[in-house]
Design a protein around this ligand. Structure first.
Ligand code: AP5
Length: 219
């Protein structure tokens, strides 16, 4: 099953992707995580990506598209994958479609996670992430047991550079202008299903699983 998780910054794509990978045993491919890992390692790609990420705008398509095309050809994607944060605009969606076609594959379902703007800002401004294992926390909704340390691996918890008030605004604007049109693009192809992104993490996972299974029984 080849799945796309769509949604504004802070909608819960990363959080849900982790639950879905456990359930379906297929990898979660987060372009944001891959880019941040390159930034941390100061690779050439990371150095280029950083200037865009810090401003909250999209990293150029040529950088991201090649990265994803290579990743979905890896062996662990044979039975499927969960794309989190890709595609982000129509160009990326078109290239993805062609790449999959060349591989004799296609996207099976696109799940949009709906969360209102005020809640997105609340989630992003309070988000904290483990530097080592990437576990997600929120200072109010899901704080770690010990301040500043990850519950899972005890490593340092930090606030993402792009979770500042100014950059959050820029990211939401980019989402509305560039990514939101993908909803119509995938709806026209009969692949899109929206789920309510408000509720507990497990409730939302159940909504997503229902939407996936419903899509499967219709094909
Ligand atoms: P990326 O890392 O993809 O960021 P994003 O899309 O802005 O999404 P986020 O990771 O911020 O949010 P999320 O939806 O995953 O929410 P999460 O689960 O963490 O991209 C970062 C940057 O990289 C981009 O700005 C761009 O520059 C670049 N980039 C990435 N992909 C690109 C591409 N394809 N093309 C070009 N550039 C690209 O949850 C958020 C918070 O809410 C957490 O604290 C979490 O604990 C909490 N939370 C989650 N669910 C719930 C819930 N149900 N109730 C309460 N709190 C919740």
């Amino acid at each position: 099953m080849n799945l796309i998780l769509l949604g504004a910054p802070g909608a819960g794509k990363g959080t849900q992707g982790k639950n879905l990978l456990e359930r379906y045993r297929i990898p979660q491919i987060s372009t944001g995580d891959i880019l941040r890992s390159n930034v941390r390692s100061k690779t050439q790609l990371g150095l280029k990506a950083r200037e865009y990420m810090d401003k909250g705008v999209l990293v150029p398509d040529d950088v991201v598209v090649g990265m994803v095309s290579d990743r979905i050809k890896e062996e662990d994607c044979l039975n499927g994958f969960i794309l989190d944060g890709f595609p982000r605009n129509l160009k990326q969606a078109e290239v993805l479609e062609q790449t999959l076609k060349d591989m004799g594959k296609r996207i099976d379902r696109v799940i949009g996670i709906d969360v209102e703007r005020k809640e997105l800002v609340r989630r992003l401004s309070g988000r904290r992430v483990c530097r080592k294992c990437g576990a997600n926390y929120h200072v109010i909704f899901s704080p770690p047991m010990n301040i500043g340390a990850c519950d899972k691996c005890s490593s340092e918890i930090y606030q993402r550079d792009d979770d500042s008030e100014e950059t959050i605004e820029a990211r939401l604007k980019v989402y509305e202008q560039e990514t939101f049109p993908l909803i119509e693009y995938y709806a026209r192809k009969g692949l899109y299903a929206a789920v309510d992104g408000i509720g507990t993490v497990d409730q939302i996972t159940n909504f997503i699983v229902s939407a996936i299974e419903k899509g499967r029984s219709n094909t």
